[in-house]
Design a protein around this ligand. Structure first.
Ligand SMILES: [Zn+2]
Length: 334
């Protein structure tokens, strides 16, 4: 597993929230989100109320803004129930345990991200928003950054404070979490897709950055080869947890509309295997990342061999910009 894949896997597990039984928010008759729990949103990028249906999955409707092409879930499960998912409970707590176990490996992969960041900003004061178990904070601290985290999960905050002596705040958007112009760097690793109002969030981050301060943001890319191949079967599409879906164009527009100057935007990692591709081509009910039992076992070794040989070549094509990777990384400046 290469470093970029490790970083990407580090936050992948938030996509395991699908419930086997009908979840509390689904209407048993219609199979859709219960009306009384639904929260409607205008486009988060241009405020338009004109949307076309993009796809439907697990009771959620994913729409595309007719004016700016942003894809988002509409309606979403109300804000209170959305946020509570990340604060406490079995799923998030198990998740944090897993992230803690993988700490050393994950610190190494974040170290690579900080090496890249430091080409654009001197080491200073930083905050990782949605810091999970704190691997990015650990990596930054080791490199000399003065670090603070923001994380809604109670268990994670307690563990990070006890084990690493790093302060982690709870509030994501409150005006008094940080003073205006306080930070040199804010990192946001796979968080923005989870937020009810990403524009408001980016505006708040802009305020707490120093002039010339840097935002490093990473999120899923729905313009990727794998999303195009697998459409609704791709794990990125999860209406309960992923509320916003970006392309290189829409994330750039949102950042520019909130005041940032883009340093660069690129895609990374191809989260499909040759086996996935075969399943897609043969139409073997491709359910991405949810088991390959539809493919006869005898093919598995051959697929693994193809992956071993071809995946590095595909990754090279992503770096050259010829194939669009599954994640977007954007660096922007205040
Ligand atoms: Zn729009």
């Amino acid at each position: 597993m290469n470093e970029s894949t490790q970083l990407f896997n580090a936050k992948m597990s938030c996509e395991k929230f699908s419930d086997e039984d009908a979840p509390f928010y689904t209407d048993r008759n219609s199979g859709k989100l219960k009306k009384e729990l639904a929260q409607h949103r205008n486009c988060l990028l241009c405020s338009s109320s004109l949307q076309d249906l993009y796809l439907e999955k697990e009771g959620f409707s994913f729409v595309k803004c007719r004016d700016c092409n942003l894809v988002f879930v509409n309606p979403i499960l109300n804000e209170e129930d959305t946020i509570s998912l990340y604060e406490d409970g079995k799923t998030i707590n198990n998740e944090i345990d897993v992230l803690f176990k993988e700490m050393n490996e994950r610190v190494k992969s974040f170290d690579i991200a900080f090496k890249e960041i430091e080409k654009y900003i001197n080491i200073g004061r930083m905050c990782d928003i949605g810091c999970g178990a704190g691997a990015a904070l650990q990596a930054a601290k080791k490199r000399g950054w003065i670090v603070e985290g923001v994380e809604p999960c109670k268990k994670a905050r307690k563990l990070i404070s006890e084990n690493f002596g790093i302060t982690v705040k709870n509030e994501l958007l409150h005006e008094d979490t940080f003073a205006d112009g306080e930070l040199d760097l804010v990192t946001v690793f796979q968080v923005i897709e989870h937020l009810v109002n990403p524009t408001k969030f980016l505006s708040r981050v802009y305020k707490i950055l120093k002039p010339g301060g840097v935002l490093y943001l990473d999120c899923p890319n729905i313009d990727s080869l794998s999303c195009k191949l697998f459409r609704k079967n791709h794990v990125h599409f999860s209406g309960r947890v992923h509320l916003n879906y970006f392309t290189p164009q829409t994330i750039t527009k949102m950042l520019e509309s909130t005041g940032y100057k883009i340093i660069y935007s690129k895609t990374r990692v191809l989260d499909i295997t040759i086996s996935d591709l075969f399943r897609a081509i043969l139409n073997l009910h491709p359910v991405h990342r949810e088991g390959s039992n539809k493919v006869p076992r005898v093919f598995h070794k051959a697929f693994n061999m193809f992956d071993y040989i071809l995946k590095p070549q595909l990754e090279k094509l992503i770096i050259k910009g010829k194939i669009k990777g599954s994640y977007l990384t954007v660096m922007a400046k205040k």
